[in-house]
Design a protein around this ligand. Structure first.
Ligand code: SAM
Length: 283
């Protein structure tokens, strides 16, 4: 039945033709046309018949179909109304798919999962629209309770920032933020030949497994981290005290209290150390 599946080049081209579609670049529309990648994404997410899956941006339904075959149910949120008729047609054989025409950034994912997903928890699986990867991930991690994991294709450079460790070039506030909420790993890299149209950046699939909540889940800590990394070539004391920030003397005292030199840069500190400096300043 391989040739009947949505992920073939012929099938994706046929969907585009039937829908009178023109992939919209500004919505990050790069459709997958490779069954191996589609299966590898679902393997990485470890989807079973028990699972409720929230898919972001189903496109023409390529990944949705594989998810529908493996999961208990799939809730798929697509912003582009032009895709909805094609999606409805392509996914008609799968009764466990619920299509939602909405902007994920304007959607209360917990409410959606509760309403359509039997109360959750749910796994997020997506070939993300790259232009909003960061707001989607940070929004889901910070503002939901019902999402247990996120397995997402994204621009390789963003994947590298998410998994970077202290001292590495890609390490920054995004690394600290995501790693505070989840255990993260790059599952595999993806060449641009598996999409129509081809994106002009490399891609990778990242798996994020949510951690138990801890005291670092504090919006004030994340604001502190953003500020600490805001002036990359400056010391942390200078970055934190710039633009009406913290008092420089207080930052230096907090660094000393945490056993750190006053000229340290945020890039050198892992999340726990950053949190200990933040705590001294806060308390
Ligand atoms: N899942 C499909 C695939 O793998 O072939 C399509 C992936 S494509 C990279 C990203 C999809 O996200 C597109 O269908 C696009 O229309 C949709 N999208 C873009 N912005 C969105 C938003 N704010 N909310 C929901 N979907 C969005």
């Amino acid at each position: 039945m391989e040739n009947k599946r949505l992920y073939t080049v012929a099938s994706v081209k046929d969907s585009i033709r039937r829908g009178g579609l023109k992939p919209i670049k500004s919505l990050g529309q790069n459709f997958l046309v490779d069954g191996n990648i589609v299966r590898k994404i679902c393997d990485t997410a470890n989807i079973t018949k028990e699972d409720t899956v929230l898919e972001i941006g189903p496109g023409i339904g390529t990944l949705t179909e594989e998810l529908a075959l493996r999961a208990k149910r799939v809730i798929a949120v697509e912003i582009d109304r032009h895709l909805i008729p094609v999606l409805e047609e392509n996914l008609a054989p799968y009764e466990n798919v619920r299509l939602i025409h909405a902007d994920i950034l304007e959607t209360d994912a917990d409410a959606l999962i509760q309403k359509n997903g039997g109360g959750g928890p749910a796994k997020v699986v997506a070939n993300l629209p790259y232009y909003i990867t960061t707001p989607i991930l940070t929004g889901l991690l910070e503002h939901t309770r019902l999402i247990q994991s996120i397995t997402a294709m994204m621009q390789k450079e963003v994947a590298e920032r998410i998994v970077a460790k202290a001292g590495e070039a890609a390490y920054g506030s995004l690394s600290v933020f995501v790693q505070s909420f989840a255990d993260v790993q790059i599952a595999f890299s993806v060449p641009n030949t598996v999409f129509i149209p081809k994106p002009n950046v490399g891609s990778a699939v990242v798996h994020m497994e949510r951690k138990e909540k801890d005291e670092r889940f504090d919006p004030a800590f994340f604001a502190f981290v953003r500020k600490a990394f805001s002036l990359r070539r400056k010391t942390m004391a200078n970055a934190l005290s710039a633009n009406d920030g913290y008092e420089k003397r207080a930052v230096i005292q907090a660094l000393q209290a945490a056993g750190l030199p006053e000229n340290i840069r945020a890039e050198a500190l892992h999340a726990e150390k950053l949190f200990s400096v933040f705590k001294v300043l806060r308390d």
